[in-house]
Each structure stands twice: as structure tokens, then as C-alpha cells.
Design a protein. Structure first.
Length: 276
């Protein structure tokens, strides 16, 4: 069983929603990343989403674009990111790690070479933002050979037919983008998310993660009532940016927000489910 599937099964049994924080690897400098991954787990993260820096992150707003620029200024490459995951794995063999990025660095490395290197490093899932399902079969096949879950995005405009096609290709979980736009916006419409998730659940049994627009403990708790995973990125990356010149303070600041979100999510779900 994959680490991602095992994580969702354990959380479902406990009637809890996964908290999935995102950071850009190498931001604000490469030596910060691995200790921060461990700090996020200690603060309550269930799955880690690690961004691969890219020069043209088209789905991301200015906050994560700037994070990519800071990481690239240190020449953080895809191979460096895999080395970071390998280092993280030397002290944590249980927390799932998902790489999130764009197709170009993977194509440069080669699908098979990338998949095998990612498997050796301990990567559990890969989300390639600009890879449509119609063009994803070769990468998906390479990932499945090393038991890595291919993860795809769904949007508010995804039709039932497209949801079905993506769900057939994906494994691990599906990532629902909560609104039409880029990361970092505050335009979260909880009611609209709930309606769309109902439609998606009628098509697939894969766990559903929701990201974009989740910025604080309250918004995380609201989404936790309806999703299998809450993904938070820009709110954390803003804290990293603010402390770029004080890297020793980053772990505590990011960990504090994650802990607040985890506590709020658990309190809200306790009221909803009445679990002990």
C-alpha cells in the first residue's frame, strides 16, 4: 500500500481531514528546506507538498512566483529537490511527500529517469500542473512502474466527463482548485466548493484535496468539513518570505500557522462528527 493511500485510510478511520502544507524547495535557501519539512510534520502536517522551482509557474500568483525566484537564485534544480526528499526520508519514513511542479524539468530529465530517481528518493506522488490527462499517459506509466501516485488537478469548470477521465488516470488523491485563478487569492467560496465536491464524489471514490484560497485556521476548518485534505501554500510561503533574512525563525513561524490550522480543523470536525 502506498504511503498516501495508507495516510488517507488512517485519517478516515480517525474521522480527520489531512492537512497538506506546501513550500517551494530551496526557498529562501536550500539549507532551510529539509529542517522545515520536519518542523511542519511536528506541527501537524499529514502529507507534505514540495514545490519544484520553475521559471514560469503559470498557475501560481505573485507569492509563489517570488518563492520560485528566490529558490532559482540558489540554482535549486529538480535533482536538488530529489536530494532534499532523500535527506528528509533518512529521518522520516512515514509521512507522504508529493512533488508539485511543471512538466519542463521532468521532460529535460526524461520520464523514466525522473520516475526512478524520485522512487529512490522516497517521493510518493507527483502533481504536474501543466500536464493535461490527454498527454499524461507516458509519465503516468513511468510513475506507476515505481509505485508513485500521479495526482491531477480539477477545477470549478471541469465537466463530469473530464472528471471521470482524470480520475481514471490518477491515484493517491485528486486536487480540487477552489476557484478560477492563481494561487494566493482570497476568493474562497465555501458553498461553491461543497457543491462541486458532491459532484466529484458521485464520479470517483478517490480522496479529494482542496487548495487555493485557504489562508488561515478558520478557512482551513471550513474546508475540512467537506474535503479529505486541506492544502495550504501561499499563506505559509508569505511567512517564509517575511523571514527570508531571519531563517532561524522560519520553522517556528510556519509551524505555528500549521498547528493553528490543525487545531481548528480538529475542533470543527469534533463538533460535526461527535468523535471522541
Amino acid at each position: 500500500m502506498s504511503r498516501i493511500r495508507g495516510c488517507f485510510q488512517a485519517l478516515a478511520k480517525a474521522r480527520r481531514t489531512a492537512l497538506v502544507p506546501y513550500i517551494t524547495a530551496g526557498d529562501p535557501s536550500p539549507e532551510v528546506t529539509v529542517p522545515l519539512l520536519h518542523a511542519m510534520v511536528d506541527a501537524g502536517a499529514d502529507i507534505l507538498e514540495v514545490g519544484v522551482p520553475f521559471s514560469d509557474p503559470m498557475a501560481d500568483g505573485p507569492v509563489i512566483q517570488a518563492a520560485c525566484e528566490r529558490a532559482l537564485a540558489h540554482h535549486t534544480s529538480l535533482r536538488h529537490v530529489l536530494e532534499m526528499v532523500r535527506e528528509f526520508r533518512s529521518h522520516n519514513s512515514t509521512t507522504p511527500v508529493v512533488l508539485m511542479g511543471y512538466l519542463n524539468p521532468i521532460e529535460v530529465m526524461g520520464y523514466t529517469v525522473f520516475a526512478e530517481a524520485a522512487g529512490r528518493s522516497g517521493v510518493d506522488g507527483v502533481l504536474t500542473v501543466d500536464l493535461p490527462p490527454e498527454e499524461g499517459s507516458k509519465l503516468v506509466a513511468a510513475l506507476r512502474q515505481v509505485e508513485i501516485d500521479p495526482i491531477f488537478l480539477l477545477s470549478p469548470t471541469s465537466s463530469d466527463e473530464r472528471i471521470r477521465r482524470i480520475a481514471e488516470l490518477a491515484s493517491g488523491f485528486l486536487y480540487y482548485v477552489s476557484f478560477k485563478g492563481v494561487t494566493g487569492s482570497n476568493r474562497l467560496d465555501v458553498a461553491a466548493v461543497a457543491t462541486k465536491l458532491e459532484r466529484i464524489r458521485a464520479i470517483t471514490a478517490l480522496p479529494l484535496g482542496v487548495g487555493f484560497g485557504i489562508r488561515d485556521a478558520e478557512s482551513a476548518a471550513q474546508i475540512a468539513e467537506m474535503a479529505d485534505a486541506v492544502v495550504v501554500g501561499s499563506a505559509l510561503v508569505k511567512r517564509i518570505e517575511a523571514l527570508a533574512e531571519k531563517p532561524d525563525e522560519i520553522n517556528a513561524s510556519v509551524g505555528s500557522l500549521i498547528a493553528d490550522m490543525r487545531q481548528a480543523m480538529d475542533k470543527r470536525q469534533f463538533r460535526v462528527t461527535g468523535s471522541d
